[in-house]
Design a protein around this ligand. Structure first.
Ligand SMILES: NC(=O)C1=CN([C@@H]2O[C@H](COP(=O)(O)OP(=O)(O)OC[C@H]3O[C@@H](n4cnc5c(N)ncnc54)[C@H](O)[C@@H]3O)[C@@H](O)[C@H]2O)C=CC1
Ligand SMILES: O=C(CO)COP(=O)(O)O
Length: 358
């Protein structure tokens, strides 16, 4: 048996494939990692050929990251257990709505000593009327620790090797050097922090705000309005973390997972793009996701629904008027043109306060 660390990437969408470029290259380069990186691929047929076969012969994920070569040591495997069973590090990067199924498939089939890191942005609804963090679901189901990686990381730009930063949140600082080795590249700079919940919640919530930014773009309301929506979104993100994840740190919002991811997603992300088209075309989000994303999945509208499920149960919708309005627009309860009226009297505008010293 090799004493080298074996890595499996669970997921092969747009971000899964972009991160496979970096992880594959690092595992090939660094002696402490096994060269062979397995990548679980949800099998599908492309022009009569299996996607796994295409990836393993051409080293390109022609559907989800066309135009970029994956390192040849990244091996696509259609069976999730086969891909994951020998891994010491499991990188979870699937659209969040599918995570429970994948965890069920892996239960009892992975190394008990394995550790996980989740790149998944989103929540799940929990029994008792709340929400669950994806990393908590992974830990609870698979009984392994789970760190997170979130940041301003539009997958296509990362694949093009344009410079960006990312944030890893980990409770186990002994793992920090290994994670940094695994993910850092000359164009992808890693900061590790211990405020894990806040890192993950930032990654999930900014997708809701990005829908709001897209509505503003669709309505043609201009840059000032969009900036207001982004700022109010940030304030609701901070309040959400403060109320539901007490003990989290404000400083985490200044990492890549916070303001930076919020900005990039509100300008360049899929949630923004589809939300703009939602206003301009009058089609449903589902129709537009299918028409515009070629199999990629939107996370914002479902995340807005999950968050609303909890806020409604706790009778706290009015404390988060932007998140609430975005959910109501996505679900067709109100129209996008009503967005501004919903936030005109935002609790932020009721404040008269001394600004804290730096
Ligand atoms: N794409 C991006 O720029 C970034 C995405 N993320 C996050 O990473 C996570 C994964 O996103 P992407 O890799 O972009 O995925 P994606 O949005 O490209 O989704 C497509 C993936 O979902 C799989 N899939 C489709 N239907 C499925 C089903 N019924 N069951 C199981 N799998 C199915 C497809 O096979 C494919 O691998 C998400 O939480 C996203 O928010 C994070 C940073 C950047
Ligand atoms: O998370 C992302 C960038 O960091 C991608 O956002 P979208 O899913 O809106 O494209």
């Amino acid at each position: 048996m090799s004493d080298k660390t074996r890595v499996c990437i669970v997921g092969s969408g747009n971000w899964g494939s972009a991160i496979a470029k970096i992880v594959g290259a690092n595992c090939a380069r660094l002696s402490n990692f096994d060269d062979r990186v397995t990548m679980y691929v949800y099998e599908e047929m492309i022009d009569g050929k299996k996607l796994t076969e295409i990836i393993n012969t051409t080293h390109e994920n022609v559907k989800y990251l066309p135009g970029h070569k994956l390192p040849s040591n990244v091996v696509a495997i259609p069976d999730i257990v086969e891909a994951a069973k020998e891994a010491d590090i499991l990188i979870f990067v699937v659209p969040h709505q599918f995570i429970r199924n994948f965890c069920s498939s892996l239960l009892g089939k992975i190394k008990p000593t394995a550790v996980a890191i989740s790149l998944i942005k989103g929540f799940d609804i929990a029994e008792g009327g709340g929400i669950d963090l994806i990393s908590h679901i992974i830990t609870r189901h698979l009984k392994i620790p789970c760190s997170v990686l979130m940041g301003a990381n539009l997958a296509n730009e990362v694949a093009e090797e344009k410079f960006c930063e990312t944030t890893i949140g980990s409770r186990d600082m002994k793992m920090a050097p290994t994670f940094r080795d695994l993910f850092q590249a000359h164009h992808f700079r890693v900061v590790v922090v211990d405020d894990v919940n806040a890192v993950e919640v930032c990654g999930a919530l900014k997708n809701i705000v990005a829908c709001g930014a897209g509505f503003v773009d669709g309505l043609g309301l201009g840059d000032n309005t969009k900036a207001a929506v982004i700022r109010l979104g940030l304030m609701e993100m901070i309040k959400f973390v403060d109320i539901f994840y007490p003990g989290s740190k404000l400083a985490t919002f200044f990492e890549s997972c916070g303001v930076a991811d919020l900005i990039t997603t509100c300008y360049g992300g899929r949630n923004r793009k589809v939300s703009e088209a939602f206003v301009k075309t009058g089609k449903s989000i589902k129709e537009l996701e299918a028409e515009m994303l070629n199999g990629q999945k939107l996370q914002g509208p479902i995340t807005a629904e999950e968050v609303n499920f909890m806020l409604k149960n706790k009778q706290m919708e009015d404390k988060f008027p932007l998140f609430t309005a975005i959910h109501k627009i996505c679900s067709g309860t109100i129209q996008a043109k009503d967005l501004i009226d919903c936030i005109r009297n935002h609790p932020e505008h009721m404040k008269i306060t001394h600004v804290a010293k730096l």
